[in-house]
Design a protein. Sequence first.
Length: 338
Amino acid sequence: MLGVDVAQKELVVSLGRMHEDLVPEIYAYKVFANSPKGFANLSDWVEQRLDPTVSVRYVMEATGVYHEPFAYYLAELGCEVSIVLPNKISNYVRTLEAKTITDKTASQAIAMFGLERKLDQWTKPKAVYRTLKQLTRERDQVVQERTMAKNQLHAEQAEAEPHASSVKRIKARIAFLNKQEKEIQQEIAKVAKEDRQVSHSIKLIQSIPGVGLLTAVVVLAETNGFELIRNKRQLTNYAGLDVIEKQSGTSVRSKPRISKKGNRSLRKAMHLPALSAIGHSKRYKGLFARLVAKHGIKMKAVVAVQRKLLEMIYTIHKTKKSYDDNYLEIRHLETVMT
């Protein structure tokens, strides 16, 4: 079992094995460059330390995009690869005796996790999801740049004597970014439409109040069609919308808050749909009102709606059934009648 702690420029690896008495052992450690040459050196290093009759499974976390080139390299070689959600590794590390977390101990923990768990085989995501992720992230960057330009324009025009040529250049930049965003959105729609399965799933997801094409695409792209997701709890953890609370006896207690340790793009994509759902769906408007009445914190209630919407997208994608705002009432009537 090879545990890989992935960074932008490095692959920190630990090689482990399970003995016949079921006692795990980490017996080798090394650092390689996160580059094609580093991948080849790592493969040679592993081969030199393994019995030819024994196969090795490569285990790593889903760390943004930095793990993807190595995972694709291994897939091309036909290697056994498992990619694990970061929160699973984090929870496992808490059970270990190690007090200090370094790149080395992280790779060792990943190797130990792989030795003690039965892991699924990772397969390369569909090309359409990879393309859509690239496009949606590019659009997000363009929108951020446009916001900065608009703020700059506002500040310039608010001066007593705005500089005319500066205002002209800023307006030209905003126009250029508007054009880029439009082009990207058209390409997103085109790519999504070309894949019949993805197009159908997006159409079903859009039946959820507040959820439009872009939100549906972002969620599917960022999760690779929910490839690593097995349940709703994993999904909320992956998005960083899981609630954490510190409590020790009766003396130490902190306010519950979301972890924000997951996929930032997912969390960001759910914000505006949640606000729209609160305004137009009786189910989500009711949920929002109940939570505000309970604790009086509107933003906390909005986050709860974000979480519920994300879970609903997962349910719609898995069941292949469109959204029904009266679903809970129908289920209640069926229960009463049976």
